[in-house]
Write a protein that binds this ligand. Structure first.
Ligand SMILES: NC(=O)c1ccc[n+]([C@@H]2O[C@H](COP(=O)([O-])OP(=O)(O)OC[C@H]3O[C@@H](n4cnc5c(N)ncnc54)[C@H](OP(=O)(O)O)[C@@H]3O)[C@@H](O)[C@H]2O)c1
Length: 257
């Protein structure tokens, strides 16, 4: 099956890497159109997919992703629509538009999915929120199969897709800052920088796995680490004193505004 991409920036390239890594598509069956800055060309040299310059090369693609900036996505879809074959699945990962708006531009013969992924899709560990237009069950199953090769897929209502995108899509940056700060603390206390990053990343992976597999409330998991008068509760107290929870809640609110 051929897959097409319009836009190979941060998110487009993360998905391209994930799809190739999962072997969902072979490089010769992956057709990518980039913008004007040469980002797609540089990625093509590394990954060996088919670099295309015109939308007509998308005709042979069963699934097409669009990953351009939000303000131009509907204009680009308008230009590309005449070159999409009947029953193409169009997956937009761009923010700032609705399924109905994309459908209006593309026409009823194209099956629209609005999906908000996050950068861990590049290692097939993404969290993807998806809204599906009405489409035949086998078509939807095909879209889900492709998305699932990039990570976990949650079908959500359009009203919460924005917040879903904030929590799943923006938070990797929040987590990265937390990891960096934890490592700074470790280095301050004398631990080597490289070892700190490795220990912290594994600790976060393990904590996430524990939460997912036990389904325990985060508070219960935290209680399990904090012994009376111990070092962890002292650290927790320092976080609370410095407004950690409020800082995180406000980060979500600001990112979602
Ligand atoms: N980054 C994330 O974590 C994330 C998460 C969820 C959703 N999103 C959404 O995904 C979309 C892309 O985000 P991003 O972070 O990947 O932005 P980005 O790095 O700026 O990538 C956008 C890409 O679109 C390309 N482009 C512009 N016009 C084009 C055209 N006519 N044909 C083909 N490609 C074109 C640009 O190419 P040139 O620069 O070469 O012109 C650029 O590489 C946004 O709508 C964003 O809201 C992003």
């Amino acid at each position: 099956m051929n897959i097409g991409f319009i836009g190979a920036g941060h998110m487009g390239s993360a998905m391209i890497e994930g799809l190739l890594r999962a072997k969902t598509v072979a490089p010769e069956n992956l057709f990518v159109k980039g913008g004007s800055s040469g980002t797609a060309e540089a990625l093509q040299e590394k990954l060996g997919f088919q670099l295309i310059k015109e939308y007509d090369a998308l005709k042979a693609c069963k699934v097409i992703f669009i990953a351009t900036g939000a303000s131009i996505v509907l204009d680009i879809l308008k230009q590309a629509a005449p070159f999409m074959a009947k029953d193409t699945i169009l997956i937009s990962v761009a923010t700032g538009h609705t399924v109905a708006e994309a459908q209006a531009v593309l026409g009823e013969t194209i099956h629209v999915v609005h999906a908000i992924p996050n950068t861990p899709v590049s290692v097939n560990a993404g969290m993807i929120g998806a809204v599906f237009a009405d489409m035949p069950a086998p078509t939807k199953a095909e879209a889900v199969r492709v998305l699932k090769s990039l990570g976990k897929v949650e079908e959500v209502s359009e009203t919460i897709l924005g917040t879903f995108g904030t929590v799943a899509g923006c938070s990797p940056a929040f987590v990265d800052i937390f990891m960096e700060a934890l490592a700074d603390g470790a280095v301050l206390e004398g631990m080597p920088r490289a070892l700190s990053y490795e220990v912290i990343a594994q600790m976060m992976l393990g904590s996430a796995k524990l939460a997912l597999e036990t389904k325990k409330h985060p508070g219960e998991l935290k209680d399990g680490v904090t012994s009376p008068g111990g070092s962890t509760i002292k650290g927790v107290t320092a976080l609370e004193k410095n407004g950690f929870r409020y800082a995180v809640i406000d980060a979500v609110k600001q990112a979602n505004s």
